[in-house]
Write a protein that binds this ligand. Structure first.
Ligand code: CTP
Ligand code: MG
Length: 245
């Protein structure tokens, strides 16, 4: 049997307007590295076969020289210009994605890890369409237009959705093509495109509460703390290993 192959799409073509920063959030420095470096590093070190990086046309040169070449991200096959909306950026990447499966990831989610990538790859091979997410921790209310609570859905049935979002490349490309041919509205993730324009049910796979999207300024503080915690964990792990030798 032929080995199955995987494309990772890393999205970094947003404006980052909610961050209200001078430097676009995907390029803000976190412990000395641009934010999008962290997701690229995880995919570079994972078993995925190719990475497609999507960024603003004006940032392609910067990404190539200051990120991809500088850090030796040899799996990055192409850097493509994105669009105004997230789904337009995804669509540009799907045009050039060439492997069997695709893992679509927000570049602003810097804290995905080996396990999440591994669960994504296994998940899509088994279910053919899956997204990473976590059960919500807070109680969720549906409100009316005057902001009165009208319903409290059962918490165990509510998940917050993260990325990667994973599909058979040809299938999600076709779903996107259908959507682009019609009037696309309020599309906030790729699973929605599959739900509305494709034929697959989308399976939810557990991610982690660390897999946050850097969106507003306080997320930078949380992000730094998460990175530092990971450094300590890594050092402890290395130290434990030296004890065993
Ligand atoms: N993204 C993209 N192309 C767009 C919009 C978003 O590639 N036209 C990417 C972002 O760079 C980010 C991910 O999609 O990695 C998730 O989007 P979001 O967190 O909303 O980022 P922004 O759109 O940049 O931020 P904001 O909505 O605050 O402007
Ligand atoms: Mg956005």
């Amino acid at each position: 049997m032929k080995k199955e192959t995987y494309t990772a799409v890393v999205l970094a073509a947003g404006k980052g307007s909610r961050m209200q920063s001078k430097v676009k959030k995907q390029f803000m420095k976190l412990l000395g590295k641009p934010l999008v470096y962290y997701a690229l590093l995880e995919f570079q070190e994972s078993p995925v076969d190719e990475i497609i990086l999507v960024t603003g046309r004006e940032s392609i040169d910067y990404c190539r020289k200051q990120i991809v070449e500088k850090y030796g991200f040899t799996k990055v096959k192409e850097i493509v210009a994105g669009g105004k909306e997230r789904y337009e950026s995804v669509y540009e990447a799907l045009k050039v994605a060439s492997m069997d499966y695709v893992l679509i990831h927000d570049g602003a989610r810097a804290f995905l890890d080996e396990e999440i990538i591994s669960r994504s790859m296994k998940g899509v091979a088994e279910y053919k369409a899956c997204v990473i997410g976590m059960p919500v921790k807070d109680t969720i209310k549906i409100v009316d237009k005057d902001q009165y609570a009208i319903e409290t859905p059962k918490r165990s049935l509510i998940w917050q959705i993260q990325t990667p979002q994973c599909f058979i490349t040809d299938e999600i490309r076709q779903a996107y093509e259908k959507m682009m041919a019609e009037e696309a509205k309020n599309i906030t993730d790729d699973a929605m495109v599959m739900e509305q324009f494709g034929d697959r049910r989308v399976k939810l796979i557990e991610g982690s509460y660390e897999n946050i999207k850097i969106t507003t300024p306080e997320d930078i503080v949380i992000g730094k703390a998460l990175l530092k915690m990971r450094r300590v964990k890594r050092k402890t792990f290395q130290w434990l290993r030296t004890l065993h030798h």
